[in-house]
Design a protein around this ligand. Sequence first.
Ligand SMILES: CC(C)(COP(=O)(O)OP(=O)(O)OC[C@H]1O[C@@H](n2cnc3c(N)ncnc32)[C@H](O)[C@@H]1OP(=O)(O)O)[C@@H](O)C(=O)NCCC(=O)NCCS
Length: 183
Amino acid sequence: MANLVSNSPEGDLPGKPTSASRTTLSHIMTASHTNLLGTVHGGVIMKLVDDAAGAVAGRHSGGPAVTASMDEMAFLEPVHVGDLVHVQAQCNWTGRSSMEIGVRVLAERWNESTPATHVGSAYLVFAAVDGDGRPRRVPPVLPETEKDKRRFEEAQIRRTHRLARRRAIKELRAKRAADGIED
Ligand SMILES: CC(C)(COP(=O)(O)OP(=O)(O)OC[C@H]1O[C@@H](n2cnc3c(N)ncnc32)[C@H](O)[C@@H]1OP(=O)(O)O)[C@@H](O)C(=O)NCCC(=O)NCCS
C-alpha cells in the first residue's frame, strides 16, 4: 500500500511546533531490569525509548502511530539499578505520513543531586496510521530553537540515507532474482 495516504485532504495540515509534543518519560531502574552482568538490560532502555517516542508521535500526529524503524541506538554508558532514567523525546522532522523522533536518555542516581549523565541516544521513524493501519498525513513540524532547526536538518540527511539504502537493497534483490539466483 505504498504511497496510499488515507483521510488526506488536499493541501498541508497546519504546522505544529516541536514543543507541542516534546515529552520526558522517567523511570527508576530496579533489580528486575538487569542483565546477567548486573547492569540494566539494553532492551529495557529500548522499550522506554520506543514508549517515549510513541507518545511524541501520537501527540504530534493527533492519533495512532506505529514504529516503522529504529536506527542509531547508541548506548554510551551503562545504566545501574537505582538510577532514575529520563527519556527525552521530540519530533525532529516530518514527511507526508512519517515522523523522525529523536530520543536522548539521561541517568542520575535516584537519591543524589549530582548532574545526570547522557547514557544513550536513538532516532526512530514512526508512521501515523488510520483505523485500518493505513498511513495518514501528519502536520508539518515547526522547529522553534536553533537546536530544533539543526535536528531537523540532520534528520533530513538520515532520511535521505535511509531511502537510498532501502532502494539499493531492493534493486540488488531484484537483480539477483532476475539473474535466477535463489537464497
Ligand atoms: C510502517 C507502515 C505503516 C508503512 O506502511 P507502507 O505501506 O510501507 O507505507 P509507505 O511506504 O507509504 O510508508 C509510509 C511512511 O513511512 C515511511 N517508512 C515506511 N517504512 C519505513 C522504514 N522501514 N524506515 C523509515 N521510514 C519508513 C515511508 O517513507 C513513508 O514516509 P512519508 O509518508 O513521510 O514519505 C507499515 O509497514 C507497518 O504497519 N509496519 C508495522 C509497524 C508496527 O507494527 N510497528 C510496531 C512493531 S511491534
